[in-house]
Design a protein around this ligand. Structure first.
Ligand code: DQA
Length: 150
């Protein structure tokens, strides 16, 4: 018999996302990371899910969080920030824990510089949401809940 999926979702944010609200608002909008956390908690609570919310500017902290999530959460909504375009280690961690990950980018990375068009995370992500602003996190949570119900 399969084990019950935990009713908990990890929302993970990478480097510079602590600056949301003041960082390039023409690209990332005016909402702060605290606003994003509130949006995520509300979206998850409606379906009976709790949210664990973490932001770090350090790749190793993000790696440890992904490892620790194994068996503890239904999946991860992950905005890896610039590590998206550089980190084989984060991609390997996602493959290693075998949790569904929804990759989220606030901006439409494909309309931006060429170096943002490649993602090491996309090949190991269950789903990808780009250019939906901070609503992308809500869509990511809805998608993970949908996947957990399958
Ligand atoms: C981002 C896009 C990345 O290219 C960038 O480095 C970020 C934010 C986004 O949410 O649009 O830090 O992940």
């Amino acid at each position: 018999m399969s084990e019950k999926t935990p009713a908990r979702i990890l929302v993970l944010n990478g480097p510079n996302l602590n600056l949301l609200g003041t960082r390039e608002p023409e690209v990332y909008g005016h909402e702060t990371l605290a606003d994003v956390e509130e949006l995520c908690r509300t979206a998850a609570a409606g379906a009976g899910y709790e949210v664990e919310f973490l932001q770090s500017n350090h790749e190793g902290v993000l790696l440890d969080a992904i490892h620790a999530a194994r068996g503890q959460v239904a999946g991860i909504v992950f905005n890896p920030g610039a590590f998206t375009h550089t980190s084989v280690a984060l991609a390997d961690a996602i493959s290693g824990v075998q949790l569904p990950v929804v990759e989220v980018h606030i901006s439409n990375v494909h309309r931006r510089e060429a170096f943002r068009h490649h993602s090491y995370i996309s090949p190991v992500a269950a789903s990808i949401i780009v250019g939906a602003g901070v609503n992308g996190y809500v869509l990511g949570i809805q998608q993970l809940i949908h996947l957990a119900g399958k």
